[in-house]
Each structure stands twice: as structure tokens, then as C-alpha cells.
Write a protein that binds this ligand. Structure first.
Ligand code: SF4
Ligand code: SF4
Length: 330
């Protein structure tokens, strides 16, 4: 089944009639997934948005519950469920792989995060395969096929003028059954996607086992500003802080994205900080991406999207680090 690209707008109108649909677009110089509607011009030619789509499942700020105090001085808790039926249309294969990582964190090993689980249940994922790559894309080296995302509900493989439509889950099949006004029953051949940036991950996870005290971290951390940009633009970073605001007898408890690059992140109530210096924080970030997560969940926490490579203000580049680890004699 194929979808002519010229019919994508009509399909989006159809989808947006019943759900919130999020598409890649640029507004005021910032590219991210915006709710489709007036003033939003979807850009499916853009390879990667500056901000990843993780906020659809894990919002930057999320209310957890509201509370108040009754006339007897007792606290009452009122739960929120702000999750809604959503479609993300045009998510890329690297970002779909990041959802595999987030699913592991928020839904496995006996820990179910109900906010994430609710949003995940209500999200339909329509992935568009990549027919071109940015200079900073290296997902293929991280085990991602730029034209495939096995965990997407619906895969649209880019064939030039048309997309090849493949429904991959029961949810996706049910959805595509209603697309006959927009699709044709034909076949097409997906375009190849060439990536110039490549890394070799062979042996990197194992080598890092013996590199905790390696001088590599001194050299790397010296120029880091601890600005946190790399963590905010990363589709797999998932740390958060919980806080509350109270006015008179009403309050709200909420969580918001945090960053392991900030010194306060690991500050404990008694004043002890196990990662007081830049070196410890930089090492932790890269060890988590390239070793700790793989040991716990069996997959890398870097999907090769290239956002941190592009946006780090001091050009601290994870691909060069992977090369250095690969070349290290440990
Ligand atoms: S974006 Fe670069 S400078 Fe900022 S915290 Fe990350 S590695 Fe450090
Ligand atoms: S570490 Fe960098 S390249 Fe890897 S997934 Fe995160 S932002 Fe993308």
C-alpha cells in the first residue's frame, strides 16, 4: 500500500479530527513536534527536529497531583490524568528507538510509571523512514536502520514521490484500515539512506568496564560547561526532579526534566554530593549512554540521533569519544 506525499495533508486533517496530531515543524526558529493545526506547517523533509518528541510521553513539566487542606486541617489528594489520545506523525527511526529505551525505564523491571504508561497507551506512532541523513546522524552505527522502526505502529518508508505504508501493530492495522481514501494498493521501493558519520561500537561496552579511572575523562570534561544542553536535546535522557508549589490551602506536585550535568542533581539532604566535579558528571553521562544502560537493559542509551553532537556549545562529541575508547589499549 502506498501513500502519495501530496495526500499527506488530507490524511493529517482526517487524523486531527479525532485526536491531537503532532508533526515536525519550525516555529520561531525552534524545530520540534507541534500540535497540527492553524499556523503549523509540517516539514517532513526535515531529518531531525532540534527537540526530540519525548515530551509527548514524558512532558518537560508534568502535574502529578493536586492537593488541598479541608476545614479540619486534613490534606486531600486529587489525581490528574491529563493524558490524551495522541498521534505522532513523522517521528524518525532513531527517535522510535529512543522510545524502546524509555519503555524499558518506565515500564519494566517491576517499575511501572503510571503517567508514562497512560500516555504510551494513548499514543499512535507513525514513523517516516529517512531517505537522507544529516552530517551528524550516525544511527546506523548504533544498530538502527534509518528506513525501519520495528516498534512503530505504522511505518512510512520514503520512496521519493510516495511512502510505502506498513502497519506493524494491531493498533496500526486498525488505523490503516481507515486510510483507503488516501492510499493506493500499489508497491514501491524505499530509497537508501547513506550516512557519512560512522562509529565502531565493537568492544566499546566491554572496554569501558576497565576505564572508570582512565585519563580520557579528564581530557573530555575539561571543556564541558555543564550547561545541560546535551541532556535536554537527547531523546533518551529521562531524569526528572519532583517539586511542589503551594498557595494558601491549594498545592500542586509536579515533576520536570532534570540533568545529570548539574551539580545539584546529586546533592543529598545532608550536603554530601557523590558527583561534585565536572569530571564525575561527564563520566557518568557517557558511561550511562555507552555502558551502564546496556548492562542493565541490553541496549545502548545512545541512538545516534546526533543532536548533542550538533548542539554542544564546546563541540564535545560522543562519536569522537567512541573512537577514542575503541582505540584505547585497556
Ligand atoms: S552540551 Fe556540551 S558543554 Fe553542555 S553539558 Fe553537555 S557536554 Fe557539557
Ligand atoms: S547521546 Fe547524543 S547522539 Fe546519542 S541519542 Fe543522545 S542526543 Fe542523540
Amino acid at each position: 500500500m502506498i501513500l502519495n506525499k501530496q495526500k499527506t495533508g488530507a490524511l493529517l486533517d482526517h487524523l486531527a479530527g479525532v485526536r491531537d496530531v503532532f508533526v515536525p515543524a519550525t516555529v520561531d526558529g525552534v524545530s520540534k513536534f507541534f500540535r497540527y493545526g492553524e499556523g503549523i506547517d509540517p516539514d517532513f523533509g526535515m531529518v531531525n527536529t532540534l527537540m526530540p518528541p519525548k515530551d509527548l510521553l514524558f512532558p518537560q513539566t508534568q502535574k502529578m497531583y493536586h492537593f488541598d487542606v479541608d476545614e479540619n486541617g486534613s490534606y486531600r489528594i486529587h489525581e490528574y490524568d491529563e493524558s490524551r489520545e495522541q498521534v505522532v506523525f513523522g517521528i524518525r527511526p532513531c527517535d522510535m528507538r529512543s522510545i524502546v529505551c524509555l519503555d524499558e525505564v518506565f515500564l519494566t523491571k517491576g517499575f511501572i510509571d503510571e503517567f508514562y504508561a497512560n500516555a504510551r497507551d494513548k499514543l499512535l506512532t507513525v514513523c517516516i523512514g529517512c531517505a537522507k541523513a544529516e552530517e551528524s546522524c550516525f544511527c546506523a552505527s548504533m544498530g538502527v536502520d534509518p528506513q525501519l522502526a520495528p516498534n512503530a505502529d505504522i511505518m512510512l518508508q520514503d520512496c521519493g514521490e510516495v511512502y510505502l505504508v506498513v502497519a506493524q501493530t494491531e493498533k496500526g492495522k486498525a488505523e490503516v484500515a481507515g486510510w483507503s481514501a488516501f492510499t493506493e494498493d500499489e508497491d514501491a521501493r524505499p530509497l537508501a539512506c547513506e550516512q557519512t558519520l560512522k562509529v565502531n561500537m565493537e568492544g566499546v561496552v566491554d572496554k569501558l568496564e576497565n576505564m572508570y579511572d582512565d585519563p580520557i575523562w579528564d581530557n573530555l570534561s575539561i571543556k564541558c560547561l555543564n550547561c545541560g544542553t546535551c541532556t535536554y536535546v537527547c531523546p533518551t535522557c529521562h531524569c526528572f526532579d519532583i517539586s511542589q508549589e503551594m498557595r494558601r490551602k491549594d498545592g500542586v506536585r509536579f515533576r520536570c526534566w532534570d540533568s545529570c550535568m548539574f551539580s545539584e542533581y546529586t546533592m543529598m539532604a545532608g550536603g554530601h554530593n557523590p558527583r561534585p566535579e565536572k569530571l564525575e558528571r561527564v563520566r557518568n553521562r557517557f558511561m550511562h549512554k555507552l555502558n551502564f544502560f546496556e548492562r542493565r537493559y541490553g541496549i545502548s542509551l545512545c541512538v545516534g540521533c546526533g543532536r548533542c553532537v550538533e548542539k554542544c556549545p564546546v563541540a564535545l562529541d560522543i562519536t569522537r569519544l567512541i573512537d577514542e575508547i575503541g582505540a584505547a589499549h585497556v
